[in-house]
Design a protein around this ligand. Sequence first.
Ligand SMILES: [Zn+2]
Ligand SMILES: [Zn+2]
Length: 134
Amino acid sequence: MTEKAKTRTTRQQRAILEELRNSDSHPTADEIYDKVRQQIPRISLGTVYRNLDSMSESGIIQKLELGGGQKRFDGRNDKHYHFRCCSCGRVFDLQIDQKNITDMIKNICDKCEHMVEDHYLLFTGICSDCKKNE
Ligand SMILES: [Zn+2]
Ligand SMILES: [Zn+2]
């Protein structure tokens, strides 16, 4: 990779990462593209996709497979849990006491002959905004 290409990649990644970290709505690649384009007008959607993929592979960000529509991305890379609104489709972070989850998993593992290595939990329902507008 030439020096110039490297600089460009870094700048693009930084812009994408910044958008993700500034957002708590777990945006889709298209939404990130719309935002990043305001900073780097010549960036392509393909570049945004590629950067999101490589950053999630290296664990800088998280790719969320939450079902229903497009993949979403999360600027947080620690283990945490999500709530998806069935009405507007937005995804929120949930504040859950990690100990409750650890206990629950331990409980499941004790009764299970498999070796559990990871888990995904998704909560769904109606978000507070949608509840207000009902
Ligand atoms: Zn909603
Ligand atoms: Zn999150």
